[in-house]
Design a binder for this molecule. Structure first.
Ligand code: DGP
Length: 115
């Protein structure tokens, strides 16, 4: 996957449409196209990282920022009392877009274990 062709890279650069609800120098948060809960936001590093299996030590700061922004989004979306963060890694685990992203799901009760 070339970065030019990555849909989440294109959203980060403003070249593809998305409902962006937060953006800073490191990360972008936008609403999922196919929401699985009343609140379903994707939080992504602005720099292309294909998945957790590809992360390096040098990515530690941006990975931390994904969680800082998750808290901020949860508060903004009024789901801070109960939300779930999901990171699928690899096709068998359900990853379909190969630009690392944290799903923030909230607004409904959730079961365990996940499917
Ligand atoms: P995953 O299956 O974990 O790789 O999640 C990919 C998610 O990305 C999935 O919930 C649908 C969402 N998605 C795919 N393409 C787009 C898009 O072009 N825009 C937005 N907003 N979401 C997308």
């Amino acid at each position: 996957m070339r970065k030019q062709d990555c849909v989440f890279c294109r959203i980060v650069r403003g070249e593809a449409p998305a409902q962006i609800i937060y953006q800073d120098e490191q990360v972008t948060a936008f609403r999922d196209l196919n929401p699985q809960s009343p609140t379903h936001v994707l939080i992504v590093p602005n720099r292309h990282i294909s998945g957790v299996a590809e992360v390096d030590q040098e990515d530690a700061a941006v990975l931390g920022q994904l969680f800082v922004v998750a808290r901020r989004v949860a508060e903004q979306e009024h789901v801070a009392d109960g939300f779930r963060l999901v990171v699928n890694n690899g096709r068998p685990a359900g990853q379909s877009v190969f630009h690392l992203h944290v799903h923030l799901l909230g607004g409904r009760a959730m079961g365990w274990p996940p499917g």
